[in-house]
Design a protein around this ligand. Structure first.
Ligand SMILES: Cc1cc2nc3c(=O)[nH]c(=O)nc-3n(C[C@H](O)[C@H](O)[C@H](O)COP(=O)(O)OP(=O)(O)OC[C@H]3O[C@@H](n4cnc5c(N)ncnc54)[C@H](O)[C@@H]3O)c2cc1C
Length: 406
């Protein structure tokens, strides 16, 4: 292998922030809102694309999966519910959760549509941006965080690149919401890769005879434990993708575009009543790199009491299971002022498939953002203080506490 040395240069320290959330997906949006609401004065959200929502909008993954357990009980509250309702503000595409928006009993809800919704991606991305602006959060689009500066086990600056070139942003606490634990990797925090790698996905929108439809090409795989002996997994292509190699991701996007066109043309060429409406502008990767946190979220912990819970999530695949999310799944052992949220939090491989979805990104984003406003040393933060704050903001922490919720 050949190497060249990058010319070292002094970088301008352009601004200083109390909290920076990196990545404008649902986790980053929730983290920024929560940090501001918990009292951080200067909060910045950095996003390398030019719109908020990440996979949930730019990635055309437009189903806000359930915030209920499928047995008639809501389990995720706070920003998870607020952001779901925001996605419905100007109407929805489908999966109307009517039983959850007016008075129905738990048994009626148990046999109805779960508390989930399919929204319009373009409207939602604008609404998310407006929400952040209303609450005084700075947004920096078209900007990639490409390096960090670490001193005494704390990140003191993020190195960013955008149209202005390369410069530094000073920071007290960082929330890694990049989906791929980029900041953890740059800072030398311990990370892990998804062992099975990603199958190719190509979700897109088309219109046919006036109907605007989401095409879910490349569905999530069944969990290993749910597959029959020797059951073949049907995939669009044989290749699998780690999602952390630039050239590999670029190649994956080409394959995804190719499959989209093949699928679209099966219904014929473009005509007055047939159009390829939208394709994803970001790679549709599910599980890539995550932090190796102090604790892993574990699939065997269905309804297990967790003293340090920061909220609950359900299982989108089956009705019944509920998981309390321990605070220690959000931060690692090395970098004191770095916390994660969303699909790069710490979860065992078999749980990652459950914890990566939109509601969990909102639950963990809210806790990580609030924690970042309160501390620059997460292992030393009083979890009780964080929990009291979350409860004041409507979060329910434990399965047992649900018995008090109507
Ligand atoms: C094909 C597919 C189908 C899915 N289906 C569903 C579904 O039906 N319902 C559901 O709830 N979930 C679904 N998911 C999962 C879910 O959409 C995502 O896991 C979730 O939205 C992730 O949110 P996030 O905020 O953690 O990360 P992301 O949405 O990935 O957001 C990360 C953001 O960070 C930005 N970023 C990354 N690196 C940097 C950097 N270095 N500097 C600056 N910005 C950076 C990215 O551009 C991106 O906007 C699906 C996922 C896929 C791929």
């Amino acid at each position: 292998m050949k190497y060249i040395t990058e010319p070292s240069k002094r970088l301008e320290l352009k601004h200083e922030y109390d909290v920076i959330a990196v990545g404008g997906g649902i986790a980053g949006v929730a983290a920024a809102l929560a940090a501001k609401r918990a009292g951080a004065e200067r909060v910045l959200l950095i996003e390398k694309m030019f719109g908020l929502g990440g996979l949930a909008t730019l990635g055309l993954v437009t189903i806000y999966l359930p915030i209920c357990d499928g047995m008639g009980r809501q389990v995720s509250f706070g920003l998870a519910e607020e952001l779901l309702k925001l996605s419905m503000k100007h109407g929805i595409e489908s999966r109307n959760p009517v039983h959850w928006l007016s008075d129905y009993s738990a048994s009626e809800r148990a046999s109805a549509e779960r508390y989930q919704v399919q929204y319009n991606a373009a409207v939602y991305t604008i609404l998310l941006e407006q929400k952040l602006r209303e609450e005084g959060i700075d947004i920096l689009y078209g900007t990639s965080v490409c390096e960090v500066s670490v001193e005494n086990d704390k990140i003191n600056a993020l190195i960013v690149e955008n149209k202005s070139g390369r410069y530094a942003l000073g920071v007290k606490s960082v929330v890694d919401c990049s989906g791929d634990a980029d900041i953890c990797k740059f800072a030398g925090e311990e990370t892990a890769l998804y062992s099975e790698k990603n199958v190719l996905a190509a979700w897109y929108y088309a219109t046919k005879d006036g109907v605007y439809t989401l095409k879910q090409l490349g569905y999530a795989e069944k969990e290993k434990s749910d597959r029959a002996e020797g059951e073949e997994v049907k995939t669009l292509v044989r290749e699998r993708f780690t999602g952390v190699d630039g050239e590999e991701i670029s190649h994956m996007m080409e394959l995804s575009h190719e499959q989209t066109l093949i699928d679209f043309l099966q219904k014929g060429d473009i005509s007055d009543n047939h159009a390829l409406a939208t394709i994803s502008s970001i790679p549709q990767l599910r599980m890539t790199r995550r932090i190796k946190g102090v604790l892993d979220l574990d699939i065997n912990d269905d309804k297990v009491y967790k003293e340090t819970s920061i909220g609950m999530i359900s299982n989108w695949r089956k009705r019944g299971p509920v998981y309390e999310v321990p605070f220690e799944t959000l931060y690692g052992k090395k970098i004191k002022n770095l916390i994660t949220a969303g699909r790069c939090m710490s979860a065992a491989d078999n749980m990652w498939e459950i914890s990566r979805v939109i509601p969990c990104c909102a639950v963990t984003g809210e806790a990580a953002g609030a924690a970042a406003a309160m501390s620059d040393d997460f292992a030393a933060l009083s979890v009780e203080k964080l929990q009291n704050h979350l409860v004041k903001n409507g979060v329910v922490l434990h399965w047992d506490d649900l018995m008090d919720v109507k």
